[in-house]
Design a protein around this ligand. Structure first.
Ligand code: PLP
Length: 252
């Protein structure tokens, strides 16, 4: 698409455009633009392109598959990596080895497993994670149902080797901004209720992707996960939803 010599410039421009849109959304909501972090979602993008992305200032990268990240991380020095896709417990150790944070803790069992592995795999005493919430209770999506969140947090916040930095959600696949806004507002309100009970729950709210990151920021996102607005359209994956949920082959 771009000649490699121009690719760094193209990424720099794409990053600047997304950051401007983020700042405008923050201003509309009376928020400090510096309070929102951009995770550049780099799934399906090859390592050589990602080296240019890092050179362009996109140094916090989001990947949704452990296997893909294992291949790319060693090839892209200078980046930090966040897992934004579902984590199977048998890949927990590998995930801790390559990712600097995990945004998709969606069960107490997974949290316990990560907590046990952190002292073996990581140098930090507490490893940063986000707890994923399925705000809309969409069966195609991972995350705690809102009614189960408080009981789960009570256990997750006790784990000594995890830092629960906040909550994450994936908006529903819809073209109606009012629905999306409702989802994001729902996550913020849940977080506020939980924080009133557990002040140690971290302040992060990860919500918003290419099609809805401005809505996310208007509703209080501190982290947005943006892929296509930076890297362009991805090749179509038969078994993967654009929203990151994975449909098993032959599944419904
Ligand atoms: C792919 C993905 C994104 C980024 O989606 P874009 O539409 O490319 O911005 C964000 N979050 C999750 C969980 C994803 O799987």
């Amino acid at each position: 698409m771009h000649e490699p010599e121009n690719r760094i410039e193209a990424y720099r421009a794409a990053r600047a455009t997304v950051l401007e849109r983020m700042a405008a959304a923050a201003h509309r909501a009376g928020r400090d633009p510096g309070s929102v972090t951009l995770v550049a979602v780099s799934k399906t993008i090859a390592a050589d392109a990602l080296r240019d992305a890092v050179a362009a200032g996109l140094d916090l990268l989001g990947e949704n598959r452990v296997q893909e990240a294992l291949a790319k991380v060693p090839e892209v020095p200078g980046a930090r990596w966040q897992l934004i896709g579902p984590l199977q417990s048998n890949k927990a150790r590998r995930a801790l080895e390559v990712f600097d944070s995990i945004a998709t803790v969606d069960s107490v069992d997974l949290g316990r497993r990560l907590d046990r592995l952190v002292p073996e795999v990581r140098s930090e005493t507490r490893y940063p994670v986000l707890v994923q919430v399925n705000v809309d209770q969409d069966p195609a999506k991972a995350g705690f149902a809102p009614p189960d969140l408080e009981a789960a947090l009570a256990e997750l916040l006790e784990l000594p080797h995890l830092a629960i930095r906040g909550l994450m959600t994936v908006g529903r696949l819809t073209t109606d901004p009012a629905e999306t806004r409702g989802t994001f507002r729902g996550l913020r309100e849940l977080a506020e209720r939980c924080r009133a009970r557990w002040p140690e729950l971290g302040p992060e709210l990860s919500m918003g992707m290419t099609d809805d990151f401005e809505l996310g920021i208007e509703e209080g996102a501190t982290i947005v996960r943006v892929g296509r607005a930076i890297f362009g359209e991805r090749p179509h994956h038969e078994h993967e939803h654009e929203n990151g949920s994975v449909i098993p082959p032959g599944g419904h």
